[in-house]
Ligand binder design. Structure first.
Ligand SMILES: Cc1cc2nc3c(=O)[nH]c(=O)nc-3n(C[C@H](O)[C@H](O)[C@H](O)COP(=O)(O)OP(=O)(O)OC[C@H]3O[C@@H](n4cnc5c(N)ncnc54)[C@H](O)[C@@H]3O)c2cc1C
Length: 355
């Protein structure tokens, strides 16, 4: 049996499973899916898990079942490209014929002293649970710093505000205006929401050090009771350890068929892949659609198209608590309740399509 091994059951590889199962997998091929969690974790919802507004059960989806899908639950230590096998933490080795690396990313601390040791994270379901425990255990009036005002920082700060009205929340934004790369209307809407809901947005910030109960913004010291880091990401360690050519964010360089340039049997999907767009679940899924087409053509011995179509994204949707949101879709800005309903609708559809 030919072995297609999928590393990581995230958004990219879930889409590959959805397209290949139940009927599009050749009879002589089996899939081995390896993940540290025995279910698909919906990373886009980890902010709500950490803020205590969604339960653990709400942010996971079972993996599909199929007679030729084997799910291996465990920690991947190393990807052996020479050996064509995966080395697991428990000593097991799993051989592959074709491989899709979809292990996602983890926090990047930009060498800020103390950031790794003294901040909480929302990059894995396990870390988000720990963050939930820490944040929800804080006494009334405690100060929470959220470092990084990108989409995940904004969503966490707003959700936490709705979850805990009694906390002092400070959102540290590196730029002069929130969501600087998007239209001012969008920035103003988000800024106003934070003003009205008593979240302190600290603009032009530069966190230079973290200590237990202390943040350094430039030279200023800010006492804090907990800090969550949402200020940068990089591919996970087993992927970084490959030492392959990468872009400025550490994402692996691939060819137009999403394969390693010198190994057509190894594909990279999602946050680990160097693509012209910022990493997102939507991008991972669109890329996965193309990988499935390439895999199917290769299995049938067909020639691959000379040029792959350009990946087009729809835009993004963000939430400000459970009632308000913002979106940037097809160069148009949508704010308020409608944007929030759209986000909930997308999530509902995702869960529905993924069982
Ligand atoms: C709070 C937050 C909100 C977000 N909101 C959005 C949004 O609204 N829209 C959007 O498009 N994107 C959003 N994103 C980004 C999105 O979640 C990622 O881009 C997406 O999850 C990447 O998908 P992926 O398939 O590359 O990997 P992931 O979905 O991250 O999956 C990786 C999988 O690999 C497994 N894994 C990792 N390392 C190992 C190992 N060593 N051993 C075993 N298993 C391992 C993990 O358990 C995980 O299941 C958000 C991210 C965050 C953190």
């Amino acid at each position: 049996m030919r072995k297609l091994v999928l590393l990581g059951g995230g958004y990219g590889n879930m889409r590959i499973l959805l397209r290949l199962l139940p009927a599009s997998l050749p009879q002589d091929t089996e899939i081995i899916l390896i993940d540290r969690t025995p279910f698909h974790s919906m990373k886009t919802e980890f902010y709500a898990l950490a803020a205590g507004t969604e339960s653990d059960h709400d942010v996971r989806v079972p993996f599909p079942e199929h007679e030729r899908l084997k799910v291996v639950n465990g920690e991947i230590l190393e990807i052996g490209l020479q050996e064509k096998c995966i080395f697991m933490e428990n000593g097991d080795r799993i051989a592959y014929d074709d491989l899709v690396i979809g292990l996602g990313c983890e926090d990047k601390y930009h060498s800020v002293p103390g950031a790794d040791e003294f901040t909480y994270s929302i990059q894995t379901i396990g870390k988000s649970r720990a963050t939930y425990q820490a944040l929800l255990g804080l006494p009334a009036g405690a100060v929470v710093g959220v470092v990084g005002a990108g989409l995940s920082g904004i969503e966490l700060a707003s959700e936490l505000r709705e979850s805990r009205k009694d906390l002092n929340i400070k959102l540290f934004d590196r730029s002069p205006r929130i969501l600087r790369d998007f239209p001012e209307r969008l920035s103003n809407f988000v800024r106003k929401w934070f003003e009205n809901n008593n979240v302190d947005v600290v603009s032009n910030s530069n966190i230079t050090q973290v200590e237990p109960n202390m943040l350094y913004n430039h030279e200023e010291t800010i006492p804090v009771d907990a800090v969550v880091w949402t200020a940068g990401i990089q591919p996970v360690k087993p992927v970084r350890d490959l030492g392959l050519a990468s872009d400025s964010s550490g994402r692996i360089v691939i060819n137009q068929y999403h394969q390693l340039p010198d190994d057509e049997h190894v594909y990279v999907v999602g946050d680990c892949a160097a693509l012209p767009m910022a990493p997102s679940a939507q991008l991972a899924e669109e890329q996965a659609e193309q990988i499935v087409k390439v895999l199917k053509a290769t299995w049938k011995g067909e020639e691959l198209p000379e040029t792959m179509p350009e990946i087009k994204l729809k835009g993004f949707l963000g939430s400000l608590g459970k009632k308000q949101g913002f979106a940037y879709l097809a160069d148009r800005t949508v704010t308020g309740r409608i944007a929030r309903l759209m986000k909930s609708g997308v999530l509902w559809m995702y869960k529905w399509h993924n069982g």
